[in-house]
Design a protein around this ligand. Structure first.
Ligand code: ZN
Length: 296
């Protein structure tokens, strides 16, 4: 095994015996001794990884595209005076791309899940290719390419970025949103951090390791953004929820009666603590996720 960031073959133990609140099993993470990249090792064979994708987590009830993606829309629309072309890698339900289609952009998505591809085509009339970007035959050059909460799932991040580089027109923009292992939430919750998500999240990047990976694949990286409030707040909320709520600590995922005192207190306190954590993370530039805008 070699590190996809620095190509070193020297790894040390990082976390052993990590458990998931959704799935049985124990997972290990290692750390590259040279660049500090954190990765799951061993990882689930790629043909069996589907079992770790609970459809409920990915078919959330989000209908308002601006509420969900406002920071990305603002940055992308500000960067261009006219409609362009966009490729969304891991386009999911298609909500993100739907706003570009409305504005007359040329849109294309790629998505592994056939169910989601069907949904995006049917609901928004989007053009989506089903499959892994690395295996798909794509031509043309795009003005913008997005990897929104996707890079941490990929088994071959370097090869994927090399392919994306070739699909981006010179001067085009790559937008990445990815969990930040160097976040305040991870410093507090460590092996119980929400974003570890063993089974699904195979790589954990920090601002340093993601910069090194992007620069070594030919991208120019602009200063990172730590202020994606929606993700920061949700991550802190889940940090508390999965670590302290009776539902996940005592009842193994089965709901607890809404009238119980623990639930009532939690409903008041958790949103306050989650808001504080998210705010502190943003101020200190240790956000739960980082948003990276880079150019070819
Ligand atoms: Zn490395």
């Amino acid at each position: 095994m070699t590190c996809p960031v620095c190509k070193s073959a020297r790894f040390g133990r990082y976390y052993t015996g990590i458990t998931s609140w959704e799935y049985p099993g124990r997972f290990n993470f290692v750390c590259c001794r040279h660049c500090g990249l954190i990765l799951q090792h061993p990882r689930v064979p790629q043909d069996r990884v589907g079992q770790y994708y609970n459809p409920q987590s990915y078919w959330g009830e989000v209908h308002d595209a601006w509420q969900e993606y406002a920071p990305l829309y603002r940055a992308i629309f500000k960067s261009r005076s006219s409609a362009g072309s966009i490729l969304d890698v891991g386009s999911g339900l298609g909500l993100f791309l739907s706003e570009f289609k409305k504005r007359g952009w040329q849109t294309l998505g790629t998505e592994i899940s056939p169910d989601m591809v069907r949904h995006a085509r049917r609901t928004y009339g989007l053009k989506i290719l089903q499959g892994d970007l690395l295996k798909l035959r794509l031509t043309g050059q795009f003005d913008v390419i997005c990897l929104n909460n996707v890079l941490e799932h990929l088994y071959y991040p370097r090869q994927t970025l090399v392919k994306i580089h070739s699909l981006l027109r010179p001067g085009g923009m790559l937008v990445i949103v990815v969990p930040n292992i160097d976040s305040l939430g991870h410093a507090v919750f460590r092996r119980r951090w929400y974003h570890l998500q063993p089974g699904r999240h195979v790589y954990h990047f920090s601002p340093a390791t993601i910069t090194q990976l992007l620069e070594s694949t030919g991208f120019h990286v602009a200063p990172m953004d730590h202020s994606y409030w929606r993700h920061n707040y949700y991550s802190w909320f889940c940090n508390f929820r999965y670590n302290y709520s009776l539902r996940f600590t005592v009842n193994r995922g089965t709901p607890v009666a809404h009238s119980s005192p623990g639930v009532k207190i939690g409903k008041v306190i958790v949103p306050i603590l989650a808001g504080l954590g998210a705010m502190l993370g943003q101020i200190t530039r240790h956000g739960e996720v980082i948003t990276i805008y880079c150019h070819r």
